[in-house]
Design a protein around this ligand. Structure first.
Ligand SMILES: Cc1ncc(COP(=O)(O)O)c(C=O)c1O
Length: 479
């Protein structure tokens, strides 16, 4: 070393914790999380009382100095207490999530281990663990062997990646004559993805649906032919395997036949419905998913994982690679061995969390049979609610459940039906045992019971139907 005066920089404030400190903080966080999860059953289905103040308390400047975890946990709890109780058993709104506890442990471990899984070389075994979890999903829903996939933050991002993959594989660089076909019931993330993928809004064709809200294949074919005649380039059809609105299932086999005839990319949005394919009757309930060029599934729906768990499967792995692979000199040391997968080569992300661990841990700890049984229960609970409401005078179910969503309304003896149902929704939710949301079917304001959380069992759906029927009676009496 030289004799020049070149003093070493002083060490920064340590950001490392001692083993005792880590143990202490982890114990407190674990205690907090466990108490919260245990309390879910007895919490109101929603509570936003005074939330503006709590929200305002989080508007604060960056802290220059640290605070103890003891001080921070109550603040986090306060934020969590004033919410829709989305992980609770009474949450029957939109498409419910869940939040399997081992998934949280997976996140904790993944964050603490903090290994780099964006490419293969830095952590081959961990990348393989994630690939295996993805391949389990593929196998369980009956998608062809050899397909490849990735885990994402959810259905929206998976859809965007799928649409860009389709675009880059099926259309030239200048693609503005490309046309995307969806049903009028498609999830809005699909139309949004089409716009984000660069397509003009008028080239996202919304095909009409039948009386059970499934895409009309005849109308689809006519539109494709008309577009071709006008010099446009049809290239992608999206089939919904369980819509958010009512759980409607598009006729994917017929749509797949049509895609074959016209040489179009078939994308299936099975974000909500796809995991019902785990059931013995799943293949009949949701036929044709195996024929999709790309398939979106949301483990944070049908596998009961916490929010932030999506999955995309693509039949031809090279299609994903063609759409995403790019190179840089500074990556030259990370050449992928033959047969290995770099997630960065098949997705938009480079650095990212080790998200496969939570899924792998849940599958390993719980076993697939437990998922299957929970999915069975959800279908049966929806059917039970439908039968109860259908048999109750005044109630009208607009369709029998195709999966686990039950749309219904009450037809009062007098007055405006939509207005009555708006008040009915409010009254049911005001009891705070369950939380429902609504939709419009044509001009009709309709309530929905969406059963998907692993915490929702017969007693909760029974409470829901009770509150709905009682609320309708109370409103009728008051009018
Ligand atoms: C059928 C369907 N597709 C896509 C999505 C979007 O998924 P995410 O909310 O995970 O982005 C949803 C969400 O409810 C959905 O139900």
């Amino acid at each position: 070393m030289s004799k020049r005066s070149n003093p070493l920089p002083r060490d920064a404030v340590s950001l490392e914790f001692t083993a005792e400190q880590m143990q202490h903080m982890t114990d407190l966080c674990a205690r907090h999380a466990i108490d919260h999860v245990v309390s879910l059953e007895s919490r109101p289905s929603w509570n936003l009382d005074g939330v503006e103040e709590v929200a305002a308390s989080f508007r604060e400047p960056p802290p220059d100095q640290g605070t103890s975890i003891e001080e921070l946990l109550p603040r986090i709890e306060q934020g969590a207490a004033q919410t829709f109780t989305t992980p609770g058993p009474g949450y029957l709104a939109f498409i419910p999530g869940g939040g399997l506890f081992p998934g949280a442990l997976g996140d904790y471990l993944a964050g603490a281990l903090n290994r780099y899984v964006g490419v293969w070389n830095p952590a081959p075994a961990l990348v393989q663990l994630e690939l295996t979890a993805i391949d389990w999903i593929r196998e369980l829903v009956g998608y062809p062997a050899g397909a490849q996939g990735l885990l994402t933050s959810g259905g929206s991002l998976s859809t965007l990646i799928a649409l860009v993959t389709a675009r880059r594989n099926r259309l030239p660089e200048h693609f503005l004559d490309g046309v995307v076909y969806v049903s009028s019931e498609v999830h809005h993330c699909v139309t949004k993805s089409a716009l984000l993928a660069g397509f003009p809004e008028e080239q996202v064709r919304r095909i009409e649906v039948d009386e059970r809200r499934r895409m009309r294949v005849g109308a689809l074919e006519k539109q494709i032919e008309a577009d071709r005649e006008h010099g446009l380039r049809p290239f992608l059809v999206v089939s919904s395997a369980g819509t958010t609105n009512t759980g409607a299932i598009d006729p994917t086999p017929e749509i797949a036949d049509l895609c074959e005839r016209h040489d179009l990319w078939l994308h299936v949005d099975a974000a909500y419905g796809g995991f019902f394919r785990l059931l013995p009757q799943g293949r009949e309930l949701l036929p044709g998913l195996e024929r999709a060029d790309s398939l979106v599934l949301d483990p944070h729906k049908g596998l009961f994982m916490s929010y932030g768990n999506g999955c995309l499967l693509v039949r031809d792995p090279e299609a994903l690679r063609r759409a995403h692979q790019s190179r840089a000199d500074y990556m030259q040391d990370l050449q992928r061995p033959d047969g290995a997968v770099n997630f960065a080569d098949i997705s938009p992300e480079l650095s990212r969390d080790f998200r496969g661990l939570r899924l792998w841990l849940c599958f390993k700890l719980l076993g697939v049979a437990a998922f299957r049984d929970n999915l069975r229960e959800k279908l049966e609970l929806a059917r039970w609610a439908y039968e109860e409401l259908r048999a109750t005078p005044g109630f009208e179910c607009l369709d029998e459940p195709q999966l686990s969503v039950v749309p219904f309304r009450y037809v009062p003896q007098h007055g405006d039906v939509n207005e009555f149902n708006r008040r009915l929704l409010q009254r049911v939710n005001d009891k705070r045992r369950v939380f429902l949301t609504s939709t419009m079917l044509e001009e009709n304001f309709v309530l929905r019971i969406a059963v998907l959380s692993f915490r929702t069992h017969a007693r909760h759906v029974q409470a829901c139907v009770h509150d709905v029927v009682e609320s309708a009676r109370e409103l009728e009496e008051a009018s």
